[in-house]
Structure formats: structure tokens, C-alpha cells
Design a protein around this ligand. Structure first.
Ligand SMILES: *[C@@H]1O[C@H](CO)[C@@H](O)[C@H](O)[C@H]1NC(C)=O
Ligand SMILES: *[C@@H]1O[C@H](CO)[C@@H](O)[C@H](O)[C@H]1NC(C)=O
Ligand SMILES: *[C@@H]1O[C@H](CO)[C@@H](O)[C@H](O)[C@H]1NC(C)=O
Ligand SMILES: *[C@@H]1O[C@H](CO)[C@@H](O)[C@H](O)[C@H]1NC(C)=O
Length: 326
């Protein structure tokens, strides 16, 4: 057993030893090709025991195209192949990346990544979630993550994208309820308790992609806590109180007029005497039976002088006097 291990180590050192001795750079380690929301990024760690000043050159190929160099002499430990506007990266492609380290004129060997299928292996990021609450419902509005290539629904087909909505009463995460296989990006959670805060988290599953998408950060909303609802109630209450108060003030100010209206025996207000042709006066006059009319009266005084005029021009006229003269 230990002899076999010894032979293995010896074989390794005969393979790599001479290079190290001759000063050839060893290659980057942990080289992996990753994808998040349909981008294509190669990541790696520096070579074992690497000195400073290393730069890297990285390339990718698809199953049908040869290697294409994207990042040259870069000191970063990653290269985003999909950042190139002219890159021929298809959502349905199969890709491999490779990278080599360089120090001055020396170059390491290329270190190749595993091959990945973009649509199958990409990590679907969290969607954006916003909530609109009413008394006992919360509407969940989901915005798909933005893809580097295509859109979520174009890439997988709208009927192959499903949402998993989990909701719970704030502080009761253990009692969370999930609804899965939802195709619509809007969903109403109903029959909720009033004046209660609920939290919602959504993740996306695509049939072609075996990994569940990353969950959104939980967002919480309170039922009947929308700023509009108490505000409207307050305004309505205020208006009702204001109208009631105004009615009361008017009732006090026009108390006399109202009592005149209710009790015509009281004295007519001064205005009626000053403006006998006012519409209210005419209406009052017209409401009398048609045979009623007014004639000028002549009052012959004891000393023989004659005063003429309509009875209503008489300043001392009262309600009962008009009725008596008609
Ligand atoms: C490679 O990755 C593993 C696990 O992530 C880590 O333990 C190791 O240190 C990495 N190698 C280098 C050279 O960074
Ligand atoms: C990258 O570095 C090598 C070695 O220093 C140099 O020969 C080459 O011209 C550089 N390439 C670019 C694009 O800067
Ligand atoms: C998600 O929402 C935040 C804040 O409302 C916004 O800044 C961001 O652009 C949104 N992202 C998407 C993909 O809609
Ligand atoms: C839906 O999401 C919940 C919470 O993340 C999880 O427990 C459940 O397994 C998911 N269901 C499906 C079908 O993905």
C-alpha cells in the first residue's frame, strides 16, 4: 500500500520535477468555468507557491468554435468571457475555458476547465419581489433576473419557468407555506390576517436547469398598512366633522332667518323691507291666492294732506301687517 503511494509520488515528481527545476512556471489552480444569470466567467487561484507579478491570459471555446482569447496579461483571477459584446456565446452552447500564468517571458501550460452547458449549469439569480397589501391579501409582483444573454423566459420557454413563493407571518419562519409550480409573475396571497406583517421569498426553477434558483431576500409587508388606506379614512372623518361643524355654525348665524322661515309671524328681516323686489319676496307674494293684489293706498290725514304709496314701502310694516292688508 505505502509502496504504491511512493511509486505514485515518484511518478508525479518525474513528470513535474524537471519542469520545476528548469524554471518553467506551474499553472493556475482551481480553474473553474462558472455561469450566473447566463454569463460565462472563468475563475482560478494562483499557482502553488507563486511569486508576485504574475499575469494571466484566458480563453474560451464552444463545441463548434476554436479557442478565442478574451483577457490578456491580466493580473485579475477571473475573466468574464460574456462581457465581450461580439462574443459568440449562445445560451444553448457548451463551453470550456482555459488560462495560463505568465511571468516576464515565461508562460505556464494552459490549464483547462470542465465543460459546461450554459442553460443547464447557469445559476439563476434571485428575482426582484415587490408586495402590495390590502386588508387581507398581499399581491406578490415578481421581476425576473436580468440575463447576460437572452431573457429568462426566452431562454427556457415561458411555460418551463416556475416560481416558488414562500410566505410566513413575520417572526414565524418555521410556519412558512410554499406554493410551487406558479407560472404567473403576479400572485395574490389571500385570506391573510388583518394588521399582520407577512414576509415573502421567491425563487425560480427552470425545467432545463436542475439547480433551484437563488432565493430573493425576504421582503415584508403589513396587511392594511398601506399608507393610502388610513390617510383616506382620516380625510373622510375630517370632512364629515368639518361639514357637521359648518352646519352648526350656519345654524347659529342664521338662527333668526331659520326661525322666521319656520315661524312666519316673526318680523321680516330688514333686508326684505329694503329690497322688496327680491326673489324670495316675489315668491312669497306669488304664493298667495291669485285674487290677492296690492293697491296703492291713500291715507287722508286730519289736516287734509294726502300720502300715497304701496303698503310695503311703509317702514313699520311687519309680517302680520302684510297679511292683514292683502
Ligand atoms: C483550491 O480550492 C480549494 C477549495 O476551494 C482550497 O482549499 C485551495 O486552497 C485552493 N487552492 C489554491 C492554490 O488556492
Ligand atoms: C503580454 O505580455 C507578454 C510578455 O510580457 C508580451 O510579450 C505581450 O506583448 C503582452 N501582450 C499584450 C497584449 O499586452
Ligand atoms: C430590483 O429592485 C431594485 C430596487 O427597487 C432596483 O434597484 C433594481 O434595479 C431591480 N432589479 C431588477 C432586475 O429589476
Ligand atoms: C419551494 O421553496 C421552499 C422554500 O425555499 C422549499 O422548501 C421547497 O422545497 C420548494 N419547492 C420546490 C418544488 O422547489
Amino acid at each position: 500500500m505505502s509502496a504504491r503511494v511512493c511509486v505514485f509520488i515518484l511518478t508525479l515528481s518525474t513528470l513535474h520535477g524537471p519542469r520545476a527545476v528548469s524554471g518553467v512556471l506551474s499553472g493556475p489552480t482551481n480553474v473553474s468555468l462558472t455561469s450566473f444569470n447566463m454569463n460565462l466567467v472563468l475563475r482560478w487561484d494562483p499557482p502553488e507557491g507563486a511569486a508576485g507579478g504574475l499575469v494571466y491570459t484566458s480563453e474560451y471555446k464552444s463545441r463548434f468554435t476554436p479557442y478565442k482569447t478574451i483577457c490578456t496579461n491580466s493580473s485579475q483571477l477571473q475573466c468574464d468571457f460574456s462581457s465581450q459584446p461580439d462574443s459568440s456565446i449562445s445560451v444553448y452552447g457548451k463551453f470550456t475555458g482555459r488560462v495560463r500564468a505568465q511571468l516576464g517571458a515565461e508562460s505556464s501550460d494552459w490549464v483547462e476547465s470542465k465543460e459546461i452547458f450554459l442553460d443547464r449549469d447557469t445559476v439563476i439569480g434571485p428575482p426582484n419581489v415587490s408586495l402590495i397589501s390590502t386588508e387581507d391579501t398581499i399581491e406578490v409582483i415578481i421581476t425576473d433576473p436580468v440575463f447576460a444573454r437572452s431573457t429568462l423566459k426566452e431562454a427556457y420557454g415561458a411555460s418551463n419557468v416556475i416560481y416558488n413563493i414562500t410566505h410566513w407571518k413575520e417572526g414565524h419562519e418555521k410556519e412558512a407555506v410554499s406554493r410551487t409550480n406558479l407560472l404567473q409573475s403576479r400572485f395574490v396571497l389571500d385570506k391573510l390576517e388583518r394588521w399582520t406583517s407577512y414576509c415573502v421569498q421567491v425563487h425560480i426553477n427552470a425545467l432545463m436547469n436542475p439547480k433551484p434558483g437563488e432565493p430573493s431576500t425576504p421582503v415584508c409587508e403589513r396587511t392594511t398598512s398601506k399608507p393610502g388606506v388610513p390617510w383616506v379614512a382620516a380625510v373622510v372623518t375630517f370632512l364629515v366633522i368639518a361639514v357637521a361643524a359648518a352646519a352648526l355654525v350656519l345654524a347659529v348665524v342664521y338662527r333668526k332667518r331659520i326661525s322666521n322661515f319656520l315661524c312666519p309671524k316673526d318680523l321680516l328681516p330688514q333686508r326684505f323691507k329694503e329690497a322688496p323686489k327680491s326673489s324670495m319676496y316675489m315668491a312669497m307674494r306669488d304664493s298667495h291666492p291669485p285674487e290677492e293684489h296690492y293697491d296703492p293706498v291713500s291715507i287722508v290725514a286730519d289736516d287734509g294732506t294726502v300720502e300715497e304709496g304701496s303698503p310695503l314701502q311703509d317702514t313699520g310694516t311687519s309680517c302680520s301687517l302684510i297679511v292683514g292688508e292683502s
